[in-house]
Write a protein that binds this ligand. Structure first.
Ligand code: GUN
Length: 375
């Protein structure tokens, strides 16, 4: 994998770049739609390509390991062959999902024991078997196995957790070096910076990760209940230390405003369930603010869903989408998910253009308040 920095903003830490993988190139800043189980919920791959224009999607090791399972994925020839997505894929390691989804889990030096949220069966993830699993899935970018500690962790817990994540990272790197990709194309391992909201832990974590010389680096453990200003401070602290010539990925964040603030602080890659999850809940993101499509005010509004949006936004009216939500039609969830993903992708593409034009900071300031309004 290669990363070329293309443009660095004079007035902020924002930058544009180009990641080259064996499944194609990714222009950064980039938003990666979340395809937890090998599908972006409610959105067909043809729509992901043509309407959303997704450059890369995510998969989750935790979910794919449980279902369809490694035997099926291996026989299929990896996730790309299984789901027919031929552009890049990134897999999260399960480090977050075992903690957030699996009710019962036991954390040990060796790894983490957890119960499946599907059938309650017991499983054990270690840095080694997670790397092996990510090899079988075959993503272009594999995330290291980490512990994402609870948002309100005290200093002692956060410090011990970080040490464990660091020992696990060394084991991930070792296992990765000892194993080969299974399907003939390169797979990069991205370490994850943890450390909760403690500046000194974040600094230590960022230095530790920077020393590994990985193809790219991630910031985890944020947007877990801390105030947004604290999250922005942590991003600044970490990005002050992570190498500038490698992509930086902020995991699981966030609102359009969060994404612009993070781009300003030098983040290149994002993923979040918000556009699809909120979309399924009738909430649409636009440059003028958010809309609740269940609201009666749209009942007879025959204007396009979003006049600046993708084809689907122009073809259908607000009144029609309102009707689909009221009637509980599947198409409502599909249209809302496609719209929101296309909006998130447009937001980061516009950010990229403004970074290149040299007016990113002014542009961001002019739209940030508007994005948070309810219309
Ligand atoms: N997704 C959102 N936050 C995190 C994190 O801290 N770790 C992992 N592995 N995935 C995440």
């Amino acid at each position: 994998m290669k990363f070329e920095l293309q443009h660095t903003d004079n007035a902020s830490d924002a930058r544009t770049g180009l990641i080259t993988t064996d499944h194609g190139q990714i222009k950064t800043p980039v938003f990666m739609p979340v395809g937890t189980c090998g599908t972006v919920k409610g959105v067909h791959f043809s729509e992901l390509r043509q309407q959303v224009e997704a450059q890369i999607i995510l998969g989750n090791t935790y979910h794919l390991y449980l279902r369809p399972g490694l035997e099926v994925l291996r026989k299929a020839g990896g996730l790309h062959r299984f789901n027919s997505w031929d552009r890049p894929i990134l897999t999260d390691s399960g480090g977050f999902q075992v903690f957030s989804l699996s009710g019962i889990r036991k954390l040990k030096e060796e790894g983490c024991e957890f119960r499946s949220h599907i059938d309650g069966s017991k499983h054990f993830f270690t840095p080694e078997n997670v790397m092996d699993t990510e090899r079988v899935i075959g993503a272009d970018i594999m995330m290291a196995f980490d512990e994402c500690p609870p948002g309100q962790s005290d200093y002692g817990y956060a410090k011990n957790s970080l040490k464990l994540t660091q020992r696990w990272l060394d084991r991930c790197i070792k296992r990765c070096a000892e194993t080969e990709p299974l399907y003939g194309y390169h797979q990069s391992l991205f370490p994850i910076v943890q450390g909760c909201t403690y500046k000194d832990l974040r600094q230590e974590a960022a230095k530790f990760v920077a020393d590994k010389g990985a193809d790219g680096n991630a910031i985890g453990g944020l947007a877990v209940g801390e105030p947004t200003e604290v999250m922005y401070d942590m991003i600044e602290v970490v990005n002050g230390i992570l190498p500038k010539d490698k992509p930086r990925y902020l995991m699981g964040v966030g609102t359009p405003q969060n994404i612009l603030e993070a781009i300003e602080r030098g983040v290149d890659m994002f993923d979040c369930v918000m556009p699809t999850r909120n979309g399924r809940n009738a909430m649409l993101f636009t440059y003028n603010g958010t809309m609740n499509m269940r609201n009666k005010k749209w009942e007879e509004d025959f204007s396009p869903i979003d006049p600046d949006g993708c084809d689907i936004d122009l073809v259908h009216t607000k009144a029609y989408l309102h009707h689909l939500f009221k009637a509980q039609e599947y198409l409502a969830l599909q249209i809302a998910s496609i719209h929101n993903l296309a909006f998130y992708l447009r937001l980061v593409t516009d950010a990229r253009q403004h970074i290149e034009a040299g007016d990113f900071v002014q542009w961001k300031a002019s739209i940030i308040d508007q994005l948070g309004q309810r219309i």
